[in-house]
Design a protein around this ligand. Structure first.
Ligand code: PMP
Length: 309
């Protein structure tokens, strides 16, 4: 792939993409202490609108706080920095914000300097080849119940988006991919259904939409938005632990997240979900979310598609 002609905001300055690198011995690389957040950006009449911008920035600040990082920038400063980064990167579809210790440490503890903050804004096609991109989410999701359980909240808060927290998910997802699944579905330490590697999980069972509570899963921003849409549609929702046995009677299931919006699930382990996939509720919510992202929902677009300033 040719050189990426994008600029990254790094601690207050815009630097060329290739110049934004860290030493192999940096504490964050060696100990997995980088925290991050990712948000989708849609351009309406050449103006960037970021889905749940303030919600994502707040979650990023919370991740940093839970990781004991004290950042130099507050929410307003980060929103302004995101605006500056997008202005320098027209057509960007994703904004990824990271805080990390670039310094070298002999100890497990980070070096004393404040962490760096980097904001990258790019299009998926900048970093992924077109044929790979075309394969992404081209079929309904097939999920394998992961062999390791989700990292218990008593070990790592599900609200901290930290690099080290994803090694577990990456290994499980790699195994799932080798068995022709798209992703994993994690169970919590009590055997109840939690979420996938990087997406929230919803189920329709006994006529009711269900999703796991945020004491065991990430408070997904798409999850929050979809919950608002579910309530607006007058569909019933139960935010409560999901016993594994409920999967057997499910009429629909779907994932939500920044990268996939609403993604219908056709299979969970050996269980085939009823046709059609996506089912009626999933299709309706996917359509509502797409309309919102396109700026065409008079109530929800102004609330969720936020100007970066
Ligand atoms: N769960 C996990 C573990 C995730 O990493 C993500 C991606 N941030 C999600 C769910 C979906 O969250 P969001 O809707 O904010 O992308």
């Amino acid at each position: 792939m040719s050189a990426i002609e994008r600029e990254i905001w790094l601690d207050g300055s815009l630097v060329p993409w290739e110049a934004c690198s860290v030493h192999v011995l940096s504490q964050s690389l060696q100990r997995g202490s980088l925290v991050f957040d990712v948000m989708p950006c849609v351009w309406h009449d050449e103006h960037p609108r970021v889905f749940g911008l303030r919600e994502h920035v707040d979650r990023f600040l919370r991740s940093a706080d839970l990781n004991g990082m004290s950042l130099e920038h507050d929410r307003d400063a980060l929103v302004a920095a995101i605006g500056r980064t997008l202005a320098a990167n027209p057509g960007a579809e994703l904004v990824k914000i990271s805080a990390y210790h670039a310094g070298i440490s002999l100890d497990v503890l980070p070096p004393t300097a404040r962490p760096s903050v980097a904001i990258a804004a790019f299009a998926a096609a900048d970093i992924v080849a077109p044929e790979t991109l075309a394969r992404f989410h081209s079929r309904p999701a097939r999920l394998q119940i992961a062999e390791p359980i989700k990292m218990p909240a008593t070990v790592l808060s599900p609200q901290v988006k930290i690099a080290a927290g994803y090694t577990h998910a990456a290994v499980a997802k790699q195994r799932a991919r080798e068995s022709d699944f798209d992703d994993v579905l994690f169970l919590d330490e009590r055997g109840r259904v939690a979420e996938s590697s990087t997406q929230s999980f919803f189920l329709v069972a006994e006529g009711l939409l269900r999703t796991a509570p945020t004491d065991t899963v990430l408070d997904g921003i798409t999850r929050r938005c979809v919950i608002e849409l579910i309530l607006d549609e007058g569909m019933g929702l139960k935010e409560a632990p999901i016993p594994r046995e409920l999967l057997d009677g499910a009429s629909e299931a779907f994932l939500t997240g920044t990268s996939t919006n609403v993604w219908g699930v056709s299979r969970i382990d050996t269980l085939e979900l009823p046709e059609p996939v996506p089912g009626p509720l999933t299709a309706r919510l996917a359509e509502r979310l797409q309309r919102l992202l396109d700026g065409d929902d008079p109530v929800f677009s102004p609330r969720w598609m936020q100007e970066p300033r």
